[in-house]
Design a protein around this ligand. Sequence first.
Ligand SMILES: Cc1cc2nc3c(=O)[nH]c(=O)nc-3n(C[C@H](O)[C@H](O)[C@H](O)COP(=O)(O)OP(=O)(O)OC[C@H]3O[C@@H](n4cnc5c(N)ncnc54)[C@H](O)[C@@H]3O)c2cc1C
Ligand code: FES
Length: 272
Amino acid sequence: MTAPMTTRAFRVVSKLRETADTVTLGLTPVDGPQIQLLPGQFNMIYSFGVGEVPISVSGMHGDSILHTVRSVGAVSRAICDADDGDVLGMRGPYGTDWRVADHPGADFLIVAGGIGLAPLRLAIEQVLDHRYLYGRVSVLIGARSPELLIFGEDIARWRARLDTTVLVTVDVATSKWRGDVGLVTELIPKVTFDPSSTVALICGPEVMMRGVATELLDLGVGADHIKVSMERNMKCAIGHCGHCQFGPEFICKDGAIFPYERIESLMRVREI
Ligand SMILES: Cc1cc2nc3c(=O)[nH]c(=O)nc-3n(C[C@H](O)[C@H](O)[C@H](O)COP(=O)(O)OP(=O)(O)OC[C@H]3O[C@@H](n4cnc5c(N)ncnc54)[C@H](O)[C@@H]3O)c2cc1C
Ligand code: FES
């Protein structure tokens, strides 16, 4: 097993442009075995000479791990600029996973905002691959505008299923948009679920996760059955440096996915 801080070389074997500022990279190891990740876990990806950032796994394709990256600063921009054949550093896997298999028989409500759909994609596929194990399944997706929606082909495939409800909304529509317009929270009353047996998986901007969680709590979903994926700046990713610490929690090793009951007070703390 590789030491947790050892960065290995990975080659970019595929690159798909999702939106103007977001790409999905497929990465395979230059040497040695592929990293095995669970849905919701993340790797630290290093662009040589620029820096290292945490990025969640967004899928598997053959032997390559997929990471979907939005360019927001120096490091994420350098990773998005990598092309087929380029080499990036990577170490991992880190963090907790969505633990979908812990909830046989549950209704699933999966809520994604923007790039937050990336850490949820494998969890959605896991639920759909074992659809017979679960009750009602609803996927609610929000984006700021239609051209910022990622994974269009996956969304179309999920929507084509008769056993799953998939609703998509945008904050600001274009003339071609025929779907819902408004916040993703406004989709919640449009789907049916039993709050007493519902598991919610939520990933997106913190304000959105708080809004969705608060609404679900009001409807009677248990705080221990609402899971959110937290984002904080990270350095070591193994609970040593304290960079991601809030109260008693290390986001890198106790999260990034937490039951809402454990993280609610931390979500009120602004990152400095
Ligand atoms: C566990 C975990 C999983 C993550 N998974 C993903 C993923 O799958 N895909 C992905 O694209 N990102 C993901 N991120 C976020 C990613 O790590 C950050 O976008 C990255 O660290 C930014 O670094 P940078 O050097 O490019 O930008 P910085 O120089 O750090 O930031 C540049 C500017 O962008 C702002 N910014 C930083 N992060 C974000 C953000 N997340 N959203 C909006 N603005 C931001 C900063 O406030 C700053 O103004 C994840 C973060 C964590 C903690
Ligand atoms: S990033 Fe170092 S303790 Fe979490």
